[in-house]
Design a protein around this ligand. Structure first.
Ligand SMILES: CC(C)(COP(=O)(O)OP(=O)(O)OC[C@H]1O[C@@H](n2cnc3c(N)ncnc32)[C@H](O)[C@@H]1OP(=O)(O)O)[C@@H](O)C(=O)NCCC(=O)NCCS
Length: 316
C-alpha cells in the first residue's frame, strides 16, 4: 500500500439479526476523532476529493454501496475499491485523493482527526507535487553528509512509515524500546521531533542510497555545555548493504565530535542484544555501567580521533 495509507479491518459482529461494526479508539483507530462527515447521493459520473491534507489523518468507510478511491503521492498511485462496511481506508497526511465511481446507494463516512481548517488543505495539484516531493523524496539537496557508499539526511514525516516498519519488525525491534504500531502516533512523534531539530536539541538521520532507504540513527540528549550527547535509535533493514551500519555510525561520530563539537558520546544497549554489543565494542565504545536491562557505553573524542586516523577515515 502507498506510504502513509493502510487498509484497516474492523470487527464485524454478525449474527442472524444482522451486522454491527464497532470502531473504538485506540483499539482500531489510533487518532482522536474531531470531525465526522458523510457523503451520499453522488452522481455516478461525479468525482470528488482532488486535494491533500498537510496534517489531517482520516479513515474512509463505505457504510453502504461502493466507491473507488485513487490515492497518490508525487511518484506512486494506487486505487482502492471500498465496498465493505467492515473495512476502512486510512489516509495520513500529504496524500492526494480522488473519489469516483460512486454507486447509487453509496454512503461514504469519514472519520477525521482535525476539525475543518481550510489552511490544512492543498488543493492545487502542482503545489501538492512540489510539497510531496520534498516530503517523500530523497532529494540530494537535503543530504547532511555522505560516506563512501551511503547518503544521510534528516528524517521527514514521510519516513514515518519506514521507521515504523523497522521498529515493529519482530527481529529488528526485539531489543529496542517498544513502538506503538500506529502511523498516526509515529507521524505526530516526528512532528514534535522536527521542532526539537529546529532548536538543534536533537537530530534524527536516515541512511539511504540511490536504490533504497536503509536505516536510521539519532543523536539526542545533546548538552552543549557539558559537551556530550547520546547516540541511539540505530536500526537498519534486514538484508541491508554490508557497510551501512559501520558507515552510518562513523558519520554519526563525525557529526557529534566535529560538527557539534562534543567531547563524549554515550549509548545504551539491551544486555541481551549481543549483536549490537559486539558491534559497539568492536567500534571502540567502552562499557561504563550496567543494570538488569541495559549496558551503558561511552566514546571520548580523543579515542575516536585515534580510531578515525587508524581505520575509520577510509569509510568516508
Ligand atoms: C546493531 C546493528 C545496526 C549492527 O549492524 P550489523 O550490520 O549487523 O553489524 P555487523 O557487525 O554485522 O557489521 C557489518 C559489516 O560492517 C563492517 N564492520 C562493522 N563494524 C566494524 C568496525 N568496527 N570496523 C570495521 N568494519 C566494521 C564489517 O565488514 C562487518 O562485516 P563482518 O562482520 O562480516 O566483517 C544491526 O544489527 C541492527 O539493525 N540491529 C537491530 C536494531 C538494534 O538492535 N539496534 C541497536 C540498538 S542499541
Amino acid at each position: 500500500m502507498l506510504k502513509n495509507c493502510k487498509l484497516v479491518e474492523f470487527h464485524n459482529f454478525k449474527d442472524d439479526r444482522g451486522n454491527l461494526v464497532a470502531i473504538e479508539n485506540p483499539k482500531n483507530l489510533d487518532f482522536p476523532i474531531n470531525r465526522i462527515y458523510y457523503i451520499y447521493g453522488v452522481d455516478s459520473d461525479a468525482e470528488r476529493g482532488f486535494h491533500s491534507h498537510k496534517i489531517l489523518h482520516q479513515v474512509l468507510i463505505v457504510v453502504s454501496g461502493s466507491v473507488k478511491i485513487r490515492i497518490s503521492t508525487n511518484n506512486e498511485e494506487e486505487t482502492v475499491l471500498l465496498d465493505d462496511p467492515s473495512k476502512g481506508l486510512y489516509i495520513g497526511p500529504m496524500i492526494w485523493r480522488e473519489m469516483y465511481d460512486f454507486s447509487k446507494d453509496a454512503v461514504l463516512l469519514v472519520l477525521a482527526s482535525e476539525k475543518y481548517d481550510e489552511s490544512d488543505y492543498i488543493r492545487d495539484k502542482d503545489e501538492y507535487l512540489k510539497l510531496a516531493s520534498e516530503y517523500f523524496s530523497n532529494n540530494d539537496k537535503d543530504i547532511v553528509m555522505h560516506s563512501k557508499n551511503f547518503k544521510m539526511k534528516y528524517v521527514t514525516l514521510g519516513d514515518a512509515d519506514f521507521i515504523l516498519k523497522l521498529r515493529t519488525n519482530e527481529t529488528l525491534g526485539q531489543y529496542i524500546s517498544p513502538t506503538d504500531n500506529s502511523l498516526y502516533k509515529q507521524i505526530s512523534w516526528l512532528n514534535e521531533y522536527k521542532k526539537r531539530e529546529r532548536e538543534k536539541k536533537e537530530f534524527y538521520f536516515k541512511t539511504y542510497n540511490d536504490n533504497e532507504d536503509i536505516g536510521f540513527f539519532r543523536l539526542y540528549n545533546i548538552d552543549y555545555n557539558k559537551k556530550e550527547l547520546t547516540f541511539g535509535s540505530f536500526i537498519f533493514k534486514e538484508n541491508k548493504p554490508k557497510y551501512a551500519a559501520i558507515e552510518s555510525i562513523i558519520v554519526a561520530m563525525e557529526i557529534a565530535f566535529k560538527k557539534l563539537q562534543v567531547q563524549k558520546v554515550y549509548l545504551d544497549v539491551r544486555v541481551k542484544n549481543i549483536k549490537a554489543k559486539n558491534f559497539y565494542n568492536r567500534f571502540g565504545f567502552q562499557k561504563i555501567n550496567e543494570d538488569d536491562l541495559n549496558e551503558y557505553y561511552e566514546l571520548t573524542k580523543d579515542e575516536y580521533d585515534k580510531l578515525y586516523e587508524e581505520k575509520y577515515k577510509e569509510f568516508l
